[in-house]
Design a protein around this ligand. Sequence first.
Ligand code: UDX
Length: 440
Amino acid sequence: MRLTIIGAGHVGLVTALCFAERGNEVLCVDHDAAKVARLSKGEATFHEPGVPQLLAKHGGRAVKFSSSTAEGTAFGEVIFICVSTPSLPGGGVDMRYFEAVSRDIAAALTSYRVIVEKSTVPIRTAEHVKRTVQRHAANGGRDAAGNALFDVASNPEFLREGAAVKDTLEPDRIVIGVESERAEKLMRGVYAGFSAPVMVTGIPSAEMIKLASNAFLATKISFINAISRICELGGADVAEVARGMGLDPRIGRHFLGAGIGYGGSCFPKDVDGLIHVAADLGYPVPLLAEVQRINRDQCAHLVDAVRDELWVLAGKRVALWGLAFKPDTDDIRESPALRIAAALIAEGATVAGYDPVAGANAVAACPGLKLASSAADAAAKADALIVATEWPEFTALSQNPASLAALKRTMRVPAVFDGRNCLDAAAWRTAGFTLRGMGR
Ligand code: UDX
């Protein structure tokens, strides 16, 4: 099929490449001409495993790039809107890009199209897209015979950064929210090459499945983080507790990793978005505000632990390993690592940060953060070392006593804070470090 993707960010680009990999012809549109120029030259614009390879394979062939939404509207029978939906200062969702794209599609609409929301959006967004297109299209979005020239649909993505290509090519489920048989048929066609259960729902349900899934996963993380605090006070080990809980299939072992909490472009924003939507609809859910509060408090708790160990933070050098919000990405949006860096810097500490790929993004976002060229460089003469992202480069050290010994010699104080419970505590302690995890 001929498909158009609007927005060449994380979701849009990965979706475009994966649709091509499954045999479709794709035009990927972005209003940022510089980004389009880089992508057209085969240059990936962010770090995501598998993207450079798919770009080399399909770029300029099955996937072409453009900065014209009109061209995109003419190209694909199905148009996926994948533009960003940032948070507003008050906590709502900023829909200006979505609205602008809806108007641009309307202006270029001449034959039947399915307009699909793929970015995570507040419930009832499709309704607004539909009204906007009707308002701005010639003849109210109808052909000469009075038939609708478009349908709207919702097809949420469930991709995790760092595993986005795999998650898109081999999804757990495909959710399609539609309100016409014609749109359903085309959407089923889009996914003909995928082997995953397809669930067809009404549009508001599809929108809600995405928001509720992310809010539930965030709740699971905050739940285990709250339990981890009780574990700390009561002498239990949250890793053992989570393992024991996870063996109950009704609970499951995933997303029970206690630590400095969730970050990224989805969970914090989507939970906030759901809090606002629920309140707007007349059913405030304080549970979700508490999920966010517990999450933020985990970073403060780690900073308290470092202060407790060093007594005074002012003038101390703290090494911070891992700046991305999770491994295998250079994304630092809402990264707990940067929240910790900012708190330490505010108390007068020098923070030497290192990340295998997110360093440049992190310094740009965190005033005062000093960037080290390697993990060892960050730790040299440090009074404390915080591991904030579980990159394999850091976790693998547990298996290398010689490297641990060398690391210990370069630090001023061998105090380690494992913000992700990802280090082998016994190995580090044997090497002479004091190691403090989260909830154990
Ligand atoms: C998430 C959802 O998983 C995905 O389905 C959705 O489409 C987008 O949002 P993503 O934000 O890329 O994906 O990363 P994810 O792996 O879910 O991790 C989110 C955050 O939670 C990370 O900061 C991670 O470190 C943290 N996390 C995850 C925990 O603190 N504990 C856990 O047990 C799992």
